[in-house]
Design a protein around this ligand. Sequence first.
Ligand code: F6R
Length: 264
Amino acid sequence: MLVFIANNYAELSREAARMIANAMREKPDLRLGLATGDTQQGMYRELVRMHREESLDFSRVVTFNLDEYIGLPAGHPQSFRAAMHKSLFDHVNIAESQIHIPDGSPCDNFDEVCAQYEEEIRHAGGIDLQVVGIGKDGHIGFNEPTSSLASRTRPKTLTQQTIEDNRHSFSPGEEPPAAAITTGIGTILEARRILLLASGTAKAKAVALAVEGPLTASVSASALQMHREVTLLLDREAAANLQHLDYYRKSLEMTRKLTPNRLW
Ligand code: F6R
């Protein structure tokens, strides 16, 4: 894993957007996996700015979001579909047909909906670059603790911790969803490159367990240890519990010298 430590959230957001923009310039038809959450909002704002001011071109990019709540009415402002449109898609030149988000509307065959999503990813040629956030409990996507490390897209029950973490986005008195469709850990690990963003003290424990703890289904993000091309972009607070910060810094310098193509 390559570990970058940004000075603050603004720098983290700019760096993340710069990495994505570089990947888009290298491969204009990038298959881009996206996450919805507070962490990515600064990155999306920066991507929108780059589109407006630097002509960053989304016209051939194809996106796949990691997850969607189950049971929110269509168009609900807190659905991940609505949130993604508000923060990114409505402001850049991407056609609706190139946007993929799991469909969490009530249905009697979620297995089919999920298998179809996996098929859409396969049909597009797989994901080139997957952006993920991390939950306080170490989840990526909504792969809550004890999710199979081989899991595929499926409905997932959210832990009470995740439900409480999501509550601030909902109106007072409105109950946040208790389940979501999420791509699986197996699905995420098939992406060619993975970029994990984490910001703030609340994520420090999960980040340390994911990077330096044992590979375990109790911390879904630890599965990233199995992937060859993972970059972590953290701010100082999120990196605070890591034990080997000096080593990560040196390793980054060495990578710049020896294999700069691994950097974006
Ligand atoms: C959302 C997702 C989740 C979030 C995670 C962190 O698409 O996949 O794993 O990335 O819950 O959320 P924030 O960034 O809001 O702390």
